[in-house]
Design a binder for this molecule. Sequence first.
Ligand SMILES: *[C@@H]1O[C@H](CO)[C@@H](O)[C@H](O)[C@H]1NC(C)=O
Ligand SMILES: *[C@@H]1O[C@H](CO)[C@@H](O)[C@H](O)[C@H]1NC(C)=O
Ligand SMILES: *[C@@H]1O[C@H](CO)[C@@H](O)[C@H](O)[C@H]1NC(C)=O
Ligand SMILES: *[C@@H]1O[C@H](CO)[C@@H](O)[C@H](O)[C@H]1NC(C)=O
Ligand SMILES: *[C@@H]1O[C@H](CO)[C@@H](O)[C@H](O)[C@H]1NC(C)=O
Length: 383
Amino acid sequence: MALISSLCIFLLVTHFATPIVCHERVALFVFGDSVFDSGNNKYINATADLQGSNYFPYGESFFKYPTGRASNGRLIPDFIAEYANLPFIPPYFEIGKKQLIHGVNFASAGSGCLAETSGAIVLKTQLKNFENVIQLLKRKMGKTESHKILANAVYIFSTGSNDMFASLVPNSTFPYSDREYLQMIMGNLTSVLKGVYKEGGRKFVMFNLGPLGCLPFIRVLNLQIGVKNGSCLEEATNKAKMFNSALPKMLKQLQKQLPGFKYTIFNFFKVFADSIHNPTKYGFTISEVACCGTGPFRGVLSCGGKRQVKEYELCKNVKDYLFFDSVHPTELAYQQYAALLWNGTTDVVAPHNLKSFFESSNSRCPSSLEFLLYMKNKQQCEI
Ligand SMILES: *[C@@H]1O[C@H](CO)[C@@H](O)[C@H](O)[C@H]1NC(C)=O
Ligand SMILES: *[C@@H]1O[C@H](CO)[C@@H](O)[C@H](O)[C@H]1NC(C)=O
Ligand SMILES: *[C@@H]1O[C@H](CO)[C@@H](O)[C@H](O)[C@H]1NC(C)=O
Ligand SMILES: *[C@@H]1O[C@H](CO)[C@@H](O)[C@H](O)[C@H]1NC(C)=O
Ligand SMILES: *[C@@H]1O[C@H](CO)[C@@H](O)[C@H](O)[C@H]1NC(C)=O
């Protein structure tokens, strides 16, 4: 009896040493392309094709109105925010109306690591916008508190696909060899990561590239080239594989140079390819044809009707489809990818899953396990 009570006192005292109620949340800063863009392109002078998701039926399943997200509903950063107990992360151009302290989304549909790729907000400019946000944050929260937010925050990147698309049809305005081009991409990506690190960022989440050749948009290209069945275009998928083998090397290099730099890679290629080749495993029946678009595979990017091609078809039951438009997955697909990113095993997210990135970052907050232990001990002691 005496032993039990002194054990109880010991447990209670050690657990009281950490605060039990913990309000601090880890911020999420989002960079990249249409996989992540939650509305930034509305505010820039981009081509109609890059503005296309500002029109119905984009957003139809969740928001009920178009937000600029290239899907029928939420994107991966929206689900991650939910799992991390954060509100939706606002697009950079809407921070006047919303809070900064939970993070900001800088992503822009059509963007890439290189300026050549589009009229979208390239990664370098996204870094500049991030630096603007830091100025605001410092004014609002003070230097010390801002520094803490930035050091604890998670920085998530989806970029490179548009750079690779731009290299698919080499011509005189595109004079680079694969090797040179990849070096330029990795070089520019490195400088942006270093820029975020310089501002205090430490935890980086990098998506590798999906099997680009299997997007309905690219299957059409394969048809045009003369491959009658419109199978995946291997050349395009190979471009993604090139990027994917360079990415971990670049990150390992950075980790050597930058003290405290932590990263994890989401094997987007693996989960995306798996869902295309085994759609039923993910609850889909159709993974080659998009829900919204024109022509074979509905692979002509026309969804929304405000692009170069105005006419489009829309499927009846979006739940059956892996692809919402010619390029982008449906909300249901994104939700499953997000869960794997959050909670998945090391074959899809390594060396850390996102959950651990959000938990480990604040030593003053007890983990949920510690909290449960504390409650359990407390109950036993009170009986
Ligand atoms: C927007 O882009 C178009 C086409 O590139 C250009 O003609 C126009 O001047 C731009 N408008 C602004 C406000 O920058
Ligand atoms: C050359 O390739 C670039 C990048 O893919 C493309 O934007 C451009 O239109 C192409 N030019 C010609 C003449 O085909
Ligand atoms: C970044 O890309 C540009 C082309 O947009 C290239 O000229 C430059 O060398 C690249 N930077 C690095 C560090 O690789
Ligand atoms: C499609 O056609 C290509 C080239 O003719 C062939 O290699 C491939 O196996 C075919 N795929 C399917 C699914 O029939
Ligand atoms: C994480 O994994 C647990 C256990 O497998 C599961 O109950 C939970 O729903 C998962 N969370 C997410 C966000 O998928």
